[in-house]
Design a protein around this ligand. Sequence first.
Ligand SMILES: [Zn+2]
Length: 190
Amino acid sequence: MTKKPILFYLSAGHGGGDPGAVSGKFVEADMARTVMDACYKELLAHKGRTYKVAYPEKDGSGMSLAAHVADMARYKAKGYRVVAIDAHFNAGGGDGDEVWVWKGVITKSRVGKTLANLIIAELKKAGQNTRDVKYTKDLYFLKGVGVPVLVEYGFVDNKTDRKGFDTKKELQSYGKATARALIRYWKKYR
Ligand SMILES: [Zn+2]
């Protein structure tokens, strides 16, 4: 039996009038968009891919979380295995990335953790330290179908942490790292 194809669903957190966390010239929504734009390009460039990629905000628009979750359900109904990433930057004191995974249904949590660790490993290669995998039932994006994770790439208001992602090139390297993690996931589960 052929497995259903994987669909990578990309979301840049905030946007559409909501800047997210702001620290000086660092604006979460813009940074998340730069990361996801690079991730999207890198995923499309991979030769021999059998996965699909959906990035509904690629034109620069923002979407509500409810619209994302509904979109993910639509892709599932079309016969895809949905694997979704929501990109964010943190604020409020801390250093490093963290990846949030649904706390609940065993499969969703277990596979989510596997994906989270792949992302953390690739971000480590890109120079970012980690605060590890976290579990919650309180993030709306994680209520989506399939395997959704929310990545906080670093703290916009921590000058030390920010050294790793205060240029466009570095943000793009985080995006490429995320794509490499997704490609490793695809190789494991395709
Ligand atoms: Zn955010």
